[in-house]
Design a protein around this ligand. Structure first.
Ligand code: 13P
Length: 252
């Protein structure tokens, strides 16, 4: 088993209330135990309504907390119902997911995501930037060109990519129980790392995560791809048992 740092990130999506703190608490306790044995970083990205509450309630923090999107505008402004990166930072977020396909499906363009990335970088938030092709794009052999476009059109040359974790999330794999073939996934992860290294100023390694139907059964398969730096987990992160079982099985 590798001794490289691995990320296990939960994306709760539209889930949870104050009583869900028990899930956070259990994962936090587990993280404490696991950290002695492995280089691991656990992050839970929760709804905006819960970030401040969880932050205050977690007395000893072995995990990090994040959110799932923000408005593109800096600071404050006349945008009814919207929340800026500044407000999320003040509420206790350390990480932010941007460019998720569920938001792209509602109309987010690469240009809009670029503004959100810039505003989050200004707030010194760590970014989890999601990219991935749809099923039709995959069928048409466009995976690599789509990924390239999503990266180039959302990241300016002068962005600090060292604050960004890349999450490869094929849209056809999210919530479907379908996962990419291991050899394909390996190639795609390498491609993303090369794209970033070639075009941006990278200080350390480029971190690329995989997301899409990750569960405690298929995690073993992914553990054979050393290039994957971690996982972005949706449905299974809404249960402490499922999320913890994924990590246990990864290190088995
Ligand atoms: P699932 O793990 O539910 O497929 O969701 C993945 C995802 O969208 C994480 O951002």
């Amino acid at each position: 088993m590798t001794n490289k740092l691995k990320y296990f990130i939960g994306n709760w999506k539209m889930f949870g209330d104050f009583s869900s703190f028990k899930i956070v608490h259990k994962i936090n306790q587990f993280s404490h135990k696991l950290k002695n044995k492995h280089k691991i970083k656990i992050i839970l990205c929760v709804p905006n309504t819960l970030i401040y509450f969880f932050r205050k309630k977690l007395k000893t923090k072995y995990i990090s907390l994040g959110v799932q999107n923000c408005h593109s505008q800096q600071d404050y402004g006349p945008f009814t119902g919207a929340i800026s990166s500044l407000m999320l930072k003040k509420a206790g977020a350390e990480y932010i997911i941007l460019g998720h396909s569920e938001n792209r499906a509602e109309g987010e363009s690469n240009q809009l995501i670029k503004k959100k990335i810039l505003s989050s970088l200004k707030q010194k938030l760590n970014i989890i930037f999601c990219i991935g092709e749809t099923f039709n794009e995959k069928k048409a052999g466009k995976t690599f060109s789509i990924l390239k476009k999503q990266i180039r059109n959302s990241l300016a040359k002068n962005f600090n990519v060292n604050k960004i974790l890349f999450a490869y999330e094929p849209v056809w794999s999210i919530g479907t129980n379908k996962i990419p073939k291991i050899e394909e996934l390996e190639k795609i992860i390498k491609f993303i790392k090369n794209e970033i290294k070639k075009n941006y100023k990278v200080k350390k390694d480029v971190k690329v995560l995989y997301g899409g139907s990750v569960n405690s059964n298929n995690i073993r398969l992914f553990s054979f791809i050393p290039q994957i730096d971690g996982f972005l987990i949706g449905g299974a992160s809404q249960s402490s048992k499922k999320f913890i079982d994924i990590m246990k099985n990864y290190y088995k």
